[in-house]
Structure formats: C-alpha cells, structure tokens
Design a protein around this ligand. Structure first.
Ligand SMILES: [Zn+2]
Length: 330
C-alpha cells in the first residue's frame, strides 16, 4: 500500500495508492504534471524535470509509461486507473523512482491538480518481497525425474487480458499433457506452468534452480509462449534443434521457420538455458498486441494454436525418443 496526495480545495488530501511491483519505496513531493497516457502525444514535449507525472492507465505497458516520463525528466509517476476501483500493477523490471497507482475515483482530483501544476506527493513503501507466485508442475510421479520438460507461463501483465501472451502457450502445454497422457505417459516427460514470468522469469528460474540443486535438470526444455496469432510456426533455439523441429513439422504439413526473439523480450526457456539445458521455443511470432488491453481471446487463431501444438508434439516425441536411446544429454 502507498499513498499519493494532491491538493483538495483548500488543503491536501491523502489518497490510497498501490505501489507497482518493481518500484522502490520513497517519499517525494513535487509539482505535478499531467501526461495523458504517457506516450509522446500525452507528454507533448513537456519538460518534466523534477516533477511527478500523473498518467492515465491504458495503451502502454507501465514500464513504457515509466521510461517515457523518466526520459522527460520526471522523478515520480502516479498511474490513474481507467476503470473504477484501485489496481495493482507490475513494472516487470525495477524502476529508479516510485511508481504508484490510484483508483479512477481518486485520480480525477489528482489529474486536475496535476494539470494546474499543483504540488503532489507520493509516500510509497517498497514492494520487494510482497508478492507470491506459483508454478504448477506435473509428471507421472511426485518424485519428478524430468528428461524433457514442456512449459509455458500463465501470468500476464496488468491491464492485458493475456490471451496470446500467454493463455495460448499455457493452453498448448495443457493440451500437450492431455495428448501425451492419452498416448501413454512417458516417465521422463514433465509439464510446467510457470508463474511470474512477466515480472522477471521468477517461476521458471525457481524450478530450474530447484532441479539443478537436486541434480535433476532435464535433458531438454520445450517452451511455448505467444502461440495464438500468426501465419506459421516459429522456432527459437540451438540450430540443430531448430532445424529438427522445422523438418518434423514439414513431415506433418506444417510450415515452421527459424526465428529469434525481439530485442529486450525474454521467456522461460532462458532460465533453463542459463542452467545449461538446451531449450526449443515455439511461438506464432506476432507480438503486436501482447501486454496491451487488445490481447483478447477473440483474436486467437485456433488453427495457428493447433499448428504450434502439433509441431511441438512432434518435437517432444523426437526428444523423448532420443533421450530413451541414450543419445541425448546425460
Ligand atoms: Zn509471454
């Protein structure tokens, strides 16, 4: 919990605010400046040096709003909800100054104060350690012995419904588990749905760390993230694995191609690669609406989702066969 205050008619009023995850705590007081959505049009060339920016929620990720007002010189950011009630948000990385959120009701007066350049204040406790996330991990035995681990994250960012990122990949993971279970489960096959990917790959890191400590890292990891919008299947990973995935997809009439993540994007395969586990990452490659309110179920293309799932299924089968032959990594 944090507070943000703006002047009432004659004296200041304290408003309840929530500190965004990733924001440091801190107390500051400065002239307010209203910046609309905190995009270029909203900031409109204002010099925000030493000021606290007051922005509307929507359109941009919180991190983008933060970076835009910081670039213009702001020393604090208050985000006003675009629907009734308070909200909690996540910057997905650490900010250098406090970023808090207030309800739409409280925000109206704050916006008016900021438009008038009046003094606003933020009193924010730090958020570190205040959130919890869960992984869901499944295998044939509670005593996991994963040789091939198939996973995807099930969280999204505040303000984004998260259909493509990553309801799509999470549903692929669940459907792959169902398909493999109906074909007879392999003891070396595990499935994981990761929490807290968007805030820094925390879920996948925690599982990779645990398996490493136990000496039970899998031979391969298969990641599914943003798999619901696009025209073909994109595969990211070491060249040999990517080529194999492309060839296996071709065998079943699916066009797949080698791809790479856009700059500054990340996903759960990295946690396993960092632990020394080769990972193959399947995606549909259209990142246009992720992390926005437009990432909605209606835009998910079932055919594309199916193609990614089928391509991943073929690759997982191949990896399991390789591990069973003892040709995979030890
Ligand atoms: Zn994602």
């Amino acid at each position: 919990m944090a507070t943000a205050s703006g002047p009432g008619r004659s004296r200041s009023a304290a408003l309840e605010a929530l500190t965004l995850a990733g924001s440091p705590g801190g107390k500051l007081s400065a002239a307010g400046a209203y910046v609309g959505l905190a995009d270029a049009a909203g900031i409109n060339g204002q010099d925000l040096t030493g000021k606290i920016a007051v922005a509307d929620r929507g359109s941009l990720n919180f991190i983008d709003k933060y970076q835009n007002v910081k670039a213009a010189g702001a020393v604090g950011l208050i985000v006003v909800n675009n629907r009734p009630g308070p909200f909690s948000g996540n910057l997905t990385t650490l900010s250098s100054f406090p970023v808090v959120a207030v309800s739409q009701e409280d925000g109206a007066g704050l916006v008016a104060a900021a438009k008038a350049g009046k003094t606003v204040a933020i009193d924010a406790p730090p958020t570190v350690g205040l959130t919890k996330a869960l992984n869901v991990v499944a295998g044939t035995s509670p005593n996991l012995n994963c040789r091939v681990l198939v996973g995807g994250h099930f969280d999204t960012v505040p303000g984004a419904p998260g259909a493509n990122d990553n309801g799509s990949g999470a549903s692929n993971v669940v459907e792959l588990a169902r398909a493999f279970a109906s074909d007879g489960l392999d003891d070396g096959l595990c499935f994981a749905l990761f929490g807290a990917e968007e805030s820094g790959l925390y879920g996948s890191k925690a599982l990779a760390d645990r398996l490493k400590t136990q000496g039970k890292l899998p031979a391969y990891m298969v990641n599914l993230d943003v798999t619901g919008i696009g025209d073909d299947v994109e595969v990211i990973g070491p060249a040999e694995l990517v080529q194999r995935a492309i060839d296996l997809a071709k065998n079943i009439g699916i066009t797949a191609s080698k791809s790479q993540l856009p700059a500054n994007a990340g996903s759960d395969h990295q946690s396993f690669e960092d632990a020394g586990v080769p990972a193959v990452f399947f995606t549909s490659g259209d990142f246009d609406t992720i992390h926005t309110p437009h990432d909605v179920f209606a835009d998910i293309n079932a055919k594309e989702l199916d193609a990614v799932g089928d391509a991943a299924y073929a690759m997982i089968k191949s990896l399991l066969a390789e591990v069973a032959r003892g040709q995979g990594r030890p």
